[in-house]
Design a protein around this ligand. Structure first.
Ligand code: ATP
Ligand code: MG
Length: 493
């Protein structure tokens, strides 16, 4: 036995000596190359092949990585043994994920594949324009070589579709906003996101039911219109311009659209975008199935100060590319760049449609112009139902008649009315009474103001007429201006 141990010790000693000798004789490059060669030989005879899906691809985020992560999280909770759990700030969902360097098996169309989540600490920070994350993350997909075609053609597409579906069904919508000053985060994103939890829906939106149905129909047509857009060669996008006084529900409508179609919202703060190329980059980083919103477009940037050139056409001021121009914005919504990605809705809102540049309003630019009006009676009925639980039949016949008459005479926004109803929601009758009272008072005020205005304008018109009568000489009087023809005759004489 003793002999055996001494034999083993001497063998180990010889091996260690050989290794040191090899290290001394062969430089590290040669050793690296030989290892690479050996691994090539190994892969040549192995029946498996591997795909690496890294989180960051060059400078761009790899959408496939996020999709795989989400896809695996849907069943990893049942099959995995060691999981990472995450819950985004304010999110209502817990996400399961594979722990670092853990594996999971999946089957697709009778084929078995193995996913490994690979996390490597980044060695040294080489020089980059922006800081990179401390870890390099990625997934490695292992499959049999013979299954490669199926995996590449169908499985990855399936994962993309499935992940989109999971995200829409299980997760909160996301509300993105462009970072202050156009800065990028460590993962190269110019957008910051928070879970979007706006409760507004088309059911709660107070507007004329016919108009509402029309909009909802248009939205569904758009969302289901992939083949139509493809067939007609049009980019799969749609533009809505929402205009109307403050408090009529423009922002609520955007939230309702997002909830209706399960789209994310990109709320673009134009004042934080420095130039057209930055705008283009922001657009490139938006995902499909999203709504890109520019609120108060008339106030965001000065897009209306365009000059007429000598041909009479409007053109942007020359600024050396240091600011956003209207043509840049139109390119953003209309041009070739607007087609990167698909299934996107552009929404612009304004309180003053008359202040917008005609180029923005031209037909074909924004597909639908939607006027968000002061509250009408059909809209009021929705508010009464939402806030007080009242159907029309619950109201006294006379009261509903009075409400219907009064609401058409006052210019009250749904926001004004909501306020009164919320304040008195514990006492429904009081709420309706106060609403009616307010409407009547305002209507009287409006009428008084209206008749006063009418009186003033009548008086002004009378004065104007008198003035004109004094200034213009009477027919046949001495002060009659000679006609041009007479003047010419005089000159000839
Ligand atoms: N049409 C509406 N239906 C239901 N609620 C509404 C409607 N309009 C306004 N409101 C209520 O009033 C509040 C303000 O509405 P919202 O922010 O959507 O108005 P807006 O038109 O976007 O105003 P602004 O022009 O000032 O941005 C909302 O929180 C909502 O409760
Ligand atoms: Mg708004």
């Amino acid at each position: 036995m003793k002999e055996y141990w001494s034999y083993l010790a001497s063998l180990l000693g010889v091996l260690a000596f050989c290794q040191t000798l090899l290290q001394l004789i062969f430089p590290p490059e040669l050793r690296f190359l030989s290892l690479k060669f050996l691994s090539r030989i190994f892969h040549l005879f192995s029946s498996y092949c591997y795909f690496d899906i890294t989180e960051i691809d060059g400078v761009n985020t790899n959408e496939l990585y996020n999709a795989v992560q989400l896809y695996l999280s849907s069943f990893v909770s049942i099959n995995g043994s060691r999981l990472s759990l995450t819950r985004a700030l304010n999110s209502s969902a817990i996400t399961f994920g594979l722990s670092n360097n853990d594996c999971i098996i999946d089957t697709f169309g009778g084929v078995t594949v193995l996913w490994e989540h690979v996390v490597i600490q980044r060695q040294s920070q080489t020089f980059t324009w922006r800081p990179l994350p401390d870890e390099k993350r990625g997934f490695t997909l292992r499959m049999k070589k013979k299954d490669k075609a199926l995996i590449l053609h169908s499985y990855l597409d399936y994962i993309m579709d499935k992940s989109n579906e999971i995200r829409r069904n299980n997760q909160d919508r996301l509300l993105y906003t462009n970072s202050r000053g156009g800065s990028l985060d460590s993962r190269g994103h110019p957008w910051e996101s928070v879970p979007f939890k706006h409760p507004s829906t088309f059911d709660t939106l107070a507007m004329h039911p016919v108009k509402k149905q029309e909009i909802m129909h248009d939205l569904k047509d758009f969302a289901n219109g992939q083949s139509f857009y493809h067939k007609t060669g049009r980019a799969w996008k749609r533009g809505y311009l929402l205009y109307g006084p403050p408090g009529t529900g423009k922002s609520s409508m955007i939230a309702a659209i997002a909830n209706y179609l399960s789209y994310d919202i990109y709320d673009l703060e134009l004042t934080e975008v420095h130039n057209n190329s930055e705008l283009r980059k922001l657009l490139m980083k938006t995902s499909s199935k999203s709504i890109i919103v520019i609120e108060d477009i008339d106030c965001s940037v000065n897009l209306t100060n365009r000059k007429k050139n000598n041909k009479g056409n409007y053109c942007d001021p020359e600024d050396g590319g240091n600011s956003i121009t209207l043509s840049g914005l139109l390119n953003f919504t209309d041009g070739l760049w607007s087609c990167c990605g698909s299934e996107r809705i552009f929404v612009f809102t304004t309180n003053h449609i008359d202040k917008l540049d005609p180029a923005l309003l031209r037909s074909g630019r924004m597909d639908m112009h939607i006027y968000m009006s002061y509250c009408s009676y059909p809209a009021l009925k929705i508010l009464l139902k939402n806030y007080l639980g009242y159907e029309e039949s619950d109201l006294d016949c006379n009261v509903s008649k009075e409400l219907a008459e009064a609401v058409d005479m006052v210019e009250m926004t749904p926001a004004d009315i909501s306020e009164i109803l919320i304040k008195n929601r514990s006492d429904k009758q009081k709420a309706v009474g106060e609403l009616l009272e307010t409407m009547k008072t305002r209507a009287e005020g409006n009428m008084k103001r209206g008749s006063l205005k009418e009186k003033i304008s009548d008086e002004m018109e009378d004065e104007e007429q008198e003035k004109r009568a004094l200034e213009s000489p009477k027919e046949g009087s001495d002060f009659e201006q000679p006609s041009k023809k007479e003047e010419n005759v005089k000159k000839m004489k």
